[in-house]
Design a protein. Structure first.
Length: 309
């Protein structure tokens, strides 16, 4: 690292001017954030002696990432989405909110408006002959009371690690459903065992990961939003135990509390009872929601979500 060429006072003055701090117009929060990020960026450029070519390579990288709509993938890949979770965890701890199911990142592949059904659903359309997976459980509050009428919004990849909507070969909303819990707070679904996701070949995300010597794989997982009036929204995932990438997730989403036992059922009678003709897997997982609180930041995240046609 070479010595810096520009004084910190000069950088501060340039950033303040560029962020409009000397005028009354504009959005004060935007001005505050832009000022800070400009200071931090100029200090980094100066102290790391970032060359013009390096700088413009970075801008070209980001431009292409934007064209390819990849920021939603780069953000978890560079740990920022997990970092936001850690901050929310700590804010909740300080507000005295404890006992809920662990949260983990949403990721970029949620599609709003999946078909809604009561109590149970089948997520797959029967065209993927992956292992059948039954998953069920109960949604409860932190006192252990079942929450009926909660919405379990679930989405996951197919056996190729691909998500419907983003993968045009799958039907709309394949492997995506919303299930309303029954009177006992229970949900239940049939689906197929997902495979892990891998960042697309040739993507900007993959290029960055390669440049820092990392891979772009996630362990197999199932995503959830759990919502119920009067309770804090839960954004989480479960990971499939035994996956090669279980504790080596490029997106930093794995949490040990979110790795349920996967029961592999090969007993002929049980297979028959399930109406199947080959072994299947079963996962039981309960969700615990914290009560709504005004003392802590909201868990409702407003970000752009597509909806299938
Ligand atoms: C995924 O399926 C995912 O969940 C995340 C966080 C990033 C990329 C793909
Ligand atoms: Fe995912």
């Amino acid at each position: 690292m070479s010595d810096s060429l520009i004084g910190k006072d000069v950088i501060a003055a340039l950033a303040a001017s560029a962020a409009g701090l000397h005028g009354a117009d504009g959005n004060p929060r935007v001005k505050q954030v832009v000022n800070r990020l400009l200071v931090d960026l100029m200090v980094a450029i100066d102290e790391l002696d970032i060359s013009m070519d390096e700088f413009w390579t970075g801008i070209a990288y980001l431009t292409q990432a934007g064209k390819q709509n990849e920021f939603g993938l780069i953000v978890p890949g560079v740990v920022l989405e997990h970092f936001l979770d850690l901050r929310l965890d700590e804010a909740e701890r300080r507000a005295g909110i404890t006992g809920g199911t662990a949260r983990t990142i949403e990721g970029p592949l949620y599609i709003a408006g999946a078909p809604l059904s009561k109590g149970e659903a089948r997520l797959d359309d029967g065209t993927d002959d992956g292992q059948v997976l039954f998953m069920e459980g109960q949604v409860r509050d932190i006192l252990g009371k079942p929450i009926s009428g909660a919405i379990v919004d679930v989405w996951h990849a197919n056996t190729m690690g691909n998500y419907s909507h983003f993968d045009p070969t799958q039907a709309a909303y394949n492997l995506r459903r919303r299930i309303e819990t029954d009177e006992e707070g229970r949900y239940r679904f049939r689906s197929i065992m997902p495979s892990g996701y891998a960042c697309p070949r040739g993507s900007q995300t993959e290029k960055l990961l390669k440049a820092v010597g990392r891979h772009g794989n996630r362990p197999a997982h199932v995503h959830f939003f759990i919502t119920s009036p009067g309770h804090r929204k839960l954004t989480t995932q479960i990971n499939i135990d035994g996956d090669k990438y279980l504790y080596d997730d490029f997106a930093f989403g794995t949490r040990s509390e979110l790795i349920p036992v996967v029961e592999h059922v090969s007993d002929a009678r049980k297979i028959d009872q399930a109406g199947l003709n080959k072994p299947f897997a079963r996962i039981r997982f309960d969700f615990t929601l914290a009560k709504s609180a005004i003392a802590a930041p909201t868990t409702i995240v407003n970000r752009e979500h597509a909806e299938a046609a």
